[in-house]
Ligand binder design. Structure first.
Ligand SMILES: Nc1ncnc2c1ncn2[C@@H]1O[C@H](COP(=O)(O)OP(=O)(O)OP(=O)(O)O)[C@@H](O)[C@H]1O
Ligand SMILES: [Mg+2]
Length: 313
């Protein structure tokens, strides 16, 4: 398997601000790759650099094994959604796609077949004859994704594809992305919410202030936090639970000052049953017990030593 996106030392400044700072990215072909970072961390700037929409101050990009800027045909193999494209409000979704297909040089026959497939894929087949001016923002977003897929790209780059969608829309787009990947496309998508990429992506890069602070398999990056959270009824119960479990050989800590009745058991995410049996023997019955979900905040804390990823710079 090749590398779908390879960036080396990618750097771009705006005035004194280094929006993207020495990025090395390796996105294996066939993967669903999540590009995770808080607002302002440089996701959109990176994606614009990857697509050649913005010139890097330093560094290089290869897409599908080819350097940017040599063969314009390369971009026919890459579908992207960065800023939402401008659609013709007075035309139907189907006609909008026809306009774009013609602009892209697709033959009418090929376009007509592909447009119906794409409308199906993004679940707009029923609304395809309606004027886009009357579309909701979720429908526009799905149409924009459809447009990115028009030429059956091998590589799909999506900047926050679920931003602005309601829960049903999010589920629909997630399903769509999974299907695309299943059909062999490489998907690179950015997000500022962890659960999103956690569910969908097999690999992740974590961006913080223009720099990569982590890159690798999702399970590895998030598995670092494989602790078991045990919430007891009262703080004194929590204190007893710490003693009981420590005696049983577990490494235990109090969760936080905000949660005086909760404790965390290190490396015990899969040992809920054993832990709860041990506590029951001591007459302790937790009100909650389960793997501690990694949050974007905890991942950042782990990777950067900084608690709050939203700190403005
Ligand atoms: N054209 C520009 N001119 C000046 N500054 C810019 C420009 N584009 C981006 N920036 C700055 O670069 C930094 C990174 O912005 P970018 O849009 O890449 O972040 P992002 O991770 O996409 O954020 P968000 O989650 O809000 O979309 C920000 O501080 C932003 O203000
Ligand atoms: Mg952005």
């Amino acid at each position: 398997m090749g590398t779908a996106i390879e960036a080396r030392g990618l750097t771009r400044s705006f005035g004194a601000l280094r929006a993207v700072d020495g990025l090395d990215l390796d996105v294996p072909a066939g993967s669903i790759y999540g590009f995770l970072g808080p607002n302002g961390s440089g996701k959109t700037t990176t994606i614009r650099l990857l697509l050649g929409l913005l010139r890097p101050g330093a560094g290089s990009v290869r897409l599908l094994g080819q350097p940017l800027g040599r063969d314009p045909g390369l971009f026919a193999r890459v579908g992207a959604l960065v800023e939402r494209p401008a659609f013709y409000g007075g035309l139907s979704a189907r006609d909008n796609l026809r306009v774009f297909a013609a602009t892209a040089g697709m033959t009418k026959r090929a376009a007509d077949v592909r447009i119906e497939q794409v409308l199906d894929l993004v679940d707009l087949a029923d609304a395809a004859g309606r004027k886009v001016g009357g579309y909701s923002s979720g429908m526009l977003q799905r149409l924009a994704i459809g447009l990115a897929l028009l030429r059956r790209p091998e590589l799909v780059i999506l900047d926050e594809p679920t931003a602005g969608l309601d829960p049903a829309g999010v589920v629909a787009v997630r399903g769509l992305i999974a299907r695309l990947a299943h059909d062999g496309a490489t998907i690179f998508l950015s997000s500022h919410v962890l659960p999103e990429v956690e569910q969908l992506c097999d690999r992740l890069a974590v961006l913080h202030r223009g720099r990569l602070v982590g890159q690798g398999a999702t399970s590895e990056l998030l598995g670092a936090d494989a602790r078991l959270l045990v919430r007891l009824e009262t703080p004194p119960d929590a204190e007893r639970a710490v003693a009981v479990l420590a005696e049983g050989g577990w490494t235990v800590e109090r969760s936080s000052e905000r949660e005086p009745a909760a404790i965390l058991v290190t490396g015990a995410a899969g040992q809920g049953a054993r832990v709860s049996r041990r506590l029951a023997e001591a007459g302790l019955y937790p009100v909650e017990l389960g793997p501690r979900r990694a949050s974007l905040e905890s991942v950042f804390l782990e990777l950067t030593g900084e608690a709050d990823p939203e700190t403005p710079r």
